[in-house]
Design a protein around this ligand. Structure first.
Ligand SMILES: Cc1ncc(COP(=O)(O)O)c(C=O)c1O
Length: 494
């Protein structure tokens, strides 16, 4: 067995198709003496027995350690330039009441972007003053609720929100702290749907209109201007985008300092994580150092005080700490005829009907891709369908069987229902095997749906050999509970 010509150039034929690369898997992920995958001291088969599959599994200690690491990295780097840094956890990545509480315990603030996320953070016991409230289309009810509970800062996303938030604060008789989200126009290199600061999109106020927006905020007695905010996108590996956004923001920040106080600057989140061997995430210490250097230099050049800094990572904190466990069902080898062997690294060319092959040339080569179906899919992980996201998968048991190129697919009625587009799995993979997909801690549970009336899986936290449910899974009764036309059961089979 060897390299399969259908494999993309990034995917190497593995020397060990059971190996767990540390930077892709949760910190506690390991193989037991029997070769079985265990996380938080519990084997995959134990977890599947207790909670069924599909199952989201979160390494609680890893999440907490990553949160503390980011906070420490930023506090240290910005202390060195004479200021403070505040880390907001971006709840959109994965928010439950207990996750919110873990963040508060790690001394992080929490960023929410809907009334629902706000309710979860509050229900988790987070001090409202430690919350940031985002959103490009906040309703009046959401604004009123945020003001009423005393949310620390509201991030204004448009000119019209200045008056809407001012009115709500005036009615509540409070002065609301606000930031202004700026679209810096930086073209971060990431998937188009993950880039949030290109000119032609819905978030923020253009850089050129920042001074006008700040003047409007300062004119409202019920608002206190905290500073600017920028978030250029998500799953970004190229540091230059962050540097450029920080530089652009510092220009406007300095202009605003000339006309009044601007105590803070929020530089957003978006740091990429390793989903596959081909990714290479930067360390939070490096991001913190780089941003601190830019801020310090920009302030020195302009002779202005160094502001307090805020950042808002989500994926970095929870992504690598989560996995999803599935049970394997149908397995289907699909053999394809290739015109040209993929020797140039550009991938194979598939033969299509009517293509004439040169007479004396070797005709076609065949290659097989093994379709491995699992008992979940795009309902528990929408990212491959949404962004073409890549993942790494391993069988829970280890195996020495020669690896076969596989595509892990879900059970939904869409051919785009792919969980892992390309992966080498041991060739003895069979129905009933447990499969683990790595780095599913961020934007999987939070983007989950009930497509095909599949219930969303439970989420369990594992630590020190125990597992506890953070969110229970949805049953068929849950799925029917909101449907008003249910006919009462009348007999057998109903
Ligand atoms: C405003 C804002 N802040 C923070 C984040 C978190 O991004 P990430 O999870 O990539 O760090 C997002 C996500 O897109 C966002 O929209």
């Amino acid at each position: 067995m060897s390299e399969n010509p259908l494999a993309p150039p990034r995917l190497r034929f593995p020397t060990d198709a059971s190996a767990l690369t540390a930077r892709i898997w949760p910190a506690s992920a390991t193989r037991t003496d029997d070769g079985e995958l265990a996380v938080g001291g519990i084997t995959a088969s134990d977890l599947a027995r207790q909670f069924g599959t599909p199952l989201y599994v979160v390494d609680e200690r890893d999440v907490q350690a990553r949160a503390v690491r980011v906070r420490t990295a930023f506090s240290d780097a910005f202390r060195r330039i004479g200021t403070r840094a505040h880390v907001y956890y971006a709840g959109k990545a994965f928010l439950t009441t207990q996750v919110a509480a873990w963040m508060a315990a790690a001394d992080l603030r929490v960023d929410v972007c809907t009334g629902g996320e706000l309710a979860v953070a509050l229900a988790g016991g987070v001090d409202p003053g430690m919350l940031g409230f985002h959103g490009n289309d906040k309703s009046d009810a959401e604004i009123a609720r945020a003001v009423e509970v005393g949310v620390g800062t509201i991030v204004l996303d448009s000119h019209e929100e200045v008056q809407r938030v001012a009115r709500a604060a005036a009615e509540a008789g409070v002065v609301q702290r606000v930031r202004i989200r700026i679209n810096s126009g930086v073209h971060a290199s990431t998937h188009e749907y993950l880039a949030t600061a290109r000119e032609d999109q819905k978030f923020g106020i253009p850089l050129t209109e920042a001074e006008e927006a700040a003047a409007a905020v300062r004119a409202e007695p019920s608002l206190a201007f905290v500073g600017l905010h920028s978030h250029i996108g998500s799953q970004i590996f190229d540091e230059s985008g962050f540097r450029e956004a920080a530089r652009r923001l510092m220009d406007v920040h300095a202009a605003l300092v000339a006309t009044g106080p601007v105590p803070e600057l929020n530089l957003g989140g978006g740091w990429g994580i390793d989903y596959t061997e081909a990714d290479s995430a930067f360390a939070p210490e490096d991001v913190a150092e780089a941003l601190a250097a830019i801020v310090a230099e920009a302030c020195a050049e302009r002779g202005i005080p160094v502001p307090e800094i805020a950042v808002e990572p989500g994926r970095y904190i929870v992504g690598p700490a989560g996995i999803t466990l599935y049970s394997i069902g149908t397995i289907k080898p699909v053999t394809l005829e290739l015109d040209v062997p993929a020797s140039d690294g550009a991938g194979p060319v598939l033969a299509t009907e009517g293509d004439a092959l040169p007479a004396d040339e070797p005709t076609s080569h065949a290659a097989t891709r093994t379709y491995v179906s699992v008992d979940g899919g795009m309902s528990d992980n929408a990212r491959p369908a949404l962004y073409g996201a890549d993942y790494t998968a391993r069988l829970a048991r280890s195996s020495d069987a020669p690896a076969v190129l596989s595509r892990v697919v879900g059970k939904h009625c869409e051919s785009g229902d792919v969980v892992v587009q390309d992966e080498y799995l041991p060739g003895d993979v069979h129905r009933g095997d447990l499969l683990a997909v790595a780095a599913t801690g961020a934007y999987c549970w939070s983007l989950a749906s009930n497509y095909n009336h599949v219930g969303r899986p439970p989420v369990v936290a594992v630590a020190d050999g125990t597992a506890r449910i953070l969110v229970r899974g949805e049953s068929i009764d849950d799925l029917l509970a909101r449907d008003t036309g249910v006919v009462p059961a009348t007999g057998p089979g109903r």
